[in-house]
Write a protein that binds this ligand. Structure first.
Ligand code: F6R
Length: 368
């Protein structure tokens, strides 16, 4: 059942191109327009919303953080993101024109479920993004957009995370289509590009040999830091979470711009720092992060740089360079996350851990 792999996690990482393709399947029309009629939220309702709030936990929360950038940019709506366990105990200001999006792989996380109920009691419309048919959340929400990752057995979310990203991109682009916001060349082109993402993810998977080698060489480190900006920041948080849960190692993700406000004090000789570099097309962000890489390297950090292929600017400052296919910034998490999954999985197995069943963790957290 593991299809020849030692762990479900390895199989699930390898299945990502198909999971991404399956989540897109039937949702892009021949005319290049999106069809999400199954969502149970009408176009009229989508035209009426004036704010989006995303609630989720763990890895799904990281998908939510990325969604914020996509929704603000394409759909042109204000968007807040919060961990469900915090949202639930606040008095959020919600109205009938607030759309709450709950993201949950299992559809059963108690924290998210309680946050969904909290939002519905206050009359907000709630849409969930979920991978498990017939689970609790799709039944309790006003609408649902399913991810089609197939069952995920490994406790660490991998293919479900990538498909959650696909789902949030689809929603953001669909809202743009319905509301007419920015609908035009950019959104049309983005939908076309989304359709090519399975091949791009496949390309990343084909080049993971050096990442595995790197992971094994770092198995005895005490700590690894992750840096990113824009959508690369949640990718950094996700990389750190994977390393914590699988390798039981101290790992922390930072927004690269925050480095100088404190975390740079942590940099010492030999400390591995993984940096997610935005595409060169994002010139300002790109150049700022390249300066960050120089700064930390000058202070002794061992720099592991994830950048788009052909980005020569980072070569002089990268102790290890991991290249990913060139894609627009907002879509980069789909390719940049994969090396981080492979890295944590390999490092944890090098330490002798069972990556499918990390200690103290459950696949579905049904207690608050
Ligand atoms: C991390 C992981 C957890 C889940 C979190 C939410 O690899 O799997 O952080 O993402 O428990 O679970 P769902 O998405 O089922 O609500």
């Amino acid at each position: 059942e593991k299809g020849g792999y030692d762990y479900f996690m390895l199989k699930e990482i390898a299945e990502q191109p198909k999971a991404v393709a399956d989540t897109l399947l039937g949702r892009i029309g021949a005319d290049g327009r999106l069809h999400l009629d199954e969502m149970r939220i009408t176009d009229q309702q989508l035209r009426e919303i004036d704010k989006i709030i995303i609630i989720a936990c763990g890895t799904s929360y990281h998908a939510g953080l990325i969604a914020k950038y996509a929704i603000e940019h394409w759909a042109g709506l204000p968007c807040e993101v919060e961990v469900a366990s915090e949202f639930r105990y606040r008095d959020p200001i919600l109205t009938r024109s607030t759309l709450v999006i709950a993201i949950s792989q299992s559809g059963e996380s108690m924290d998210t479920l309680m946050a969904v109920r909290h939002a519905r009691e206050q009359k907000a419309r709630v849409l969930c993004i979920c991978n498990v048919n017939g689970s609790t959340m799709p039944r309790e929400c006003d609408g649902v957009l399913y991810t089609h990752a197939g069952p995920e057995v490994g406790v660490a979310a991998t293919k479900t995370f990538l498909t959650q990203l696909v789902a949030v991109y689809l929603i953001a682009l669909y809202i743009a289509q319905v509301r007419g916001t920015k609908w035009g060349d950019e959104v049309f082109a983005m939908v076309q590009l989304l359709a090519t993402m399975p091949e791009k993810v496949e390309k990343v998977l084909e080049t993971m040999g050096p990442v595995r080698e790197l992971a094994r060489s770092l198995a005895n480190e005490r700590s690894v830091l992750f840096l990113g900006r824009h959508v690369g920041f949640p990718v950094a948080l996700e990389g750190a979470l994977k390393l914590k849960e699988l390798a039981y190692m101290h790992a922390e993700g930072f927004a690269a711009g925050e480095l100088k406000h404190g975390p740079i004090a942590l940099i010492e000789d030999g400390l591995p720092v993984i940096v997610v570099v935005p595409p060169r097309a994002r010139e300002v962000l790109h150049d700022k992060i390249v300066s960050n890489i120089q700064e930390i390297r000058a202070r002794g950090a061992r720099t592991i740089v994830i950048a788009e292929e052909g980005d020569d600017t980072v070569v002089p400052y990268s102790d290890t360079l991991i290249e990913v296919p060139a894609v627009p910034t907002l879509l980069q998490p789909l390719v940049a996350t994969v090396p981080l999954q492979v890295f944590s999985c390999e490092l944890a197995t090098a330490k002798g851990h069972d990556v499918d069943q990390p200690r103290n963790l459950a696949k579905s957290v049904t207690v608050e």
